[in-house]
Design a protein around this ligand. Structure first.
Ligand code: MNH
Length: 458
């Protein structure tokens, strides 16, 4: 496959890809590889990574009869922390199918109805926080508090107290640190002196891991002791649900992995999606006006009005704003696919079952052949029903594809639309006119240093 210029022995493309202390490897990769065509490779210390940026090739890779999810090295490395939890399980691992079947009832429409009042309550805490703010609010951290509280309380009866404390919960810091460490380990795995490089920070990592494990055990113990109200929520299903045919249940270690998986997967990406939507709402006056008008039409005049469960589905414009934000900035920017059997993609590239490539959703979503010459512009009307129908299948992939697609999609959409509705209904918000969108890459994409001042509309 085509690769960046200046490849060297041993380090290969690393000097080009990882220049300096760059915290934005994805954005750098996109820039450096711009001229390399629809499929290209990057080689780091002997490890080859293949990327697909072209919509037609990506759509082919979404064919479930020929391809399946694979774990790219960065995701495989997370198995040290998340084991065979849903996200990091290999597709043929028995615990994937079992957990998928047992946990799916937590994501039905009826289940969403059960979470609705908790989601409103957390949104209310965010609003109290914004009402009290005396200076511009850093948007991503505030929304990260919101999404962490929402997944914690709806699914595990776990209250992190995010809006009552000034510091982020130590669990979050420990989690981010150990995930980063897992990824570093994956990136360095090919090096003979990897363990030397990883010696730094080893104790800190061990302490973080121990804290995470104790907190997760605490969540389980509280529930088993009958100290909280959650019954048929996600944790309840993890602990008590059994496969109808075989009677199989999730074991304790797997439950730990699932709790960690859902606490992380259930909040980072949604927080980023909400933050990008707020960015576009704040910087595009016509979009904000249309959004505010929609909320007035549905919620009326009272700034304290809360949407009912049924009303959330009626905010069609806000949903389009969210969809379009996830088009330009899919907060999980890529996922890996590979063939079930030896095959040829794009009519000329041979792949075997041990091969995989990363579908760059962020690039597929900007492919001018699908999205037009104005693909870089923010336009919620791309998601009007007729426009969606006119596009080929598998060209919009913020939640992945196939049986391994996001299980939390409806959860994220319900939560995000509900929160956007309350914010657009209640506030005018203004960004610093000099702010230029800067995006941090942790596990996911998130606007960085983006602040808004919130003023009541009425
Ligand atoms: Mn989510 C898988 C994106 C919200 C739980 N999620 C995926 C994948 C993408 C994704 C992409 C597929 C990854 C892959 O193929 O390797 N998820 C998102 C985005 C949002 C999101 C953009 C919000 C916006 N996800 C959520 C929420 C939850 C959740 C909320 C939980 C409540 N996601 C998961 C889990 C998986 C997943 C669990 C793994 C599913 C599986 O493999 O069976």
């Amino acid at each position: 496959f085509p690769h960046p210029k200046g490849r060297r022995p041993f380090v290969n493309d690393a000097p080009t890809m990882l220049r300096g202390n760059d915290r934005r490897p994805l954005q750098r990769a996109v820039a450096v590889t711009a001229g390399l065509g629809p499929i290209f490779e990057i080689k780091l210390f002997g490890q080859k990574l293949v990327f697909v940026r072209d919509a037609a090739l990506a759509a082919e890779l979404c064919d479930e009869s020929r391809f399946e999810k694979k774990l790219a090295p960065g995701v495989a490395a997370l198995r040290e922390v998340a084991g065979d939890g849903l996200f990091t399980a290999y597709s043929d691992e028995p615990n994937w199918q079992l957990a998928h079947d047992l946990l799916r009832p937590a994501f039905t429409r009826a289940a969403m109805q059960g979470y609705h009042s908790t989601m409103l309550q957390v949104a209310g805490e965010l609003i109290d926080h914004l009402d009290r703010a005396t200076e511009p609010v850093d948007v991503s951290p505030a929304l990260t508090k919101l999404t962490l509280e929402t997944i914690g309380r709806t699914s595990f009866s776990k209250d992190f107290g995010s809006f009552t404390k000034t510091e982020l919960d130590p669990f979050v810091a420990a989690m981010v640190r150990s995930l980063k460490r897992g990824q570093q380990r994956g990136a360095l795995a090919a090096l003979p002196f990897a363990s030397l490089l990883l010696r730094r920070g080893k104790e800190e990592y061990a302490a973080g891991r121990a804290y995470i494990d104790s907190m997760i055990d605490d969540i389980i113990d509280q529930r088993l002791a009958g100290n909280d109200a959650g019954g048929q929520d996600l944790l309840g299903l993890m602990l008590h649900s059994a496969d109808e045919a075989s009677g199989a249940k999730l074991d304790r270690l797997n439950i730990r992995y699932q709790i960690l998986t859902f606490l992380v997967a259930g909040h980072e990406t949604t927080s980023g999606a909400l933050s990008f939507a707020m960015y576009y709402l704040a910087t595009q006056p016509a979009v904000r006006a249309a959004a505010a008008a929609e909320t007035d039409a549905i919620l009326g005049d009272d700034p304290d009005a809360e949407p009912s469960f049924e009303q959330v589905a009626k905010f069609r414009y806000l949903r389009r704003v969210l969809d379009e934000s996830l088009r330009l900035w899919p907060t999980a920017p890529g996922f890996a696919r590979g063939p079930r059997q030896e095959t040829v993609i794009g009519g000329k590239y041979r792949m075997t079952p041990s091969d995989w490539c990363i579908v760059m959703a962020s690039e597929v979503h900007r492919d001018p052949k699908v999205w037009g010459d104005d693909a870089l512009e923010f336009d919620p009307d791309r998601f009007l029903p007729a426009a969606i129908k006119a596009r080929p299948a598998h060209t919009y992939l913020p939640f992945g594809t196939g049986e391994r697609a996001c299980i939390g999609r409806q959860f994220a959409l319900h939560e995000a639309v509900l929160v956007l509705a309350r914010l657009c209904h209640r506030y005018d918000f203004e960004a610093d006119p000099d702010y230029e969108l800067t995006i941090s890459e942790r596990l996911t994409l998130m606007p960085e240093g983006f602040r808004l001042s919130f003023t009541p509309r009425r």
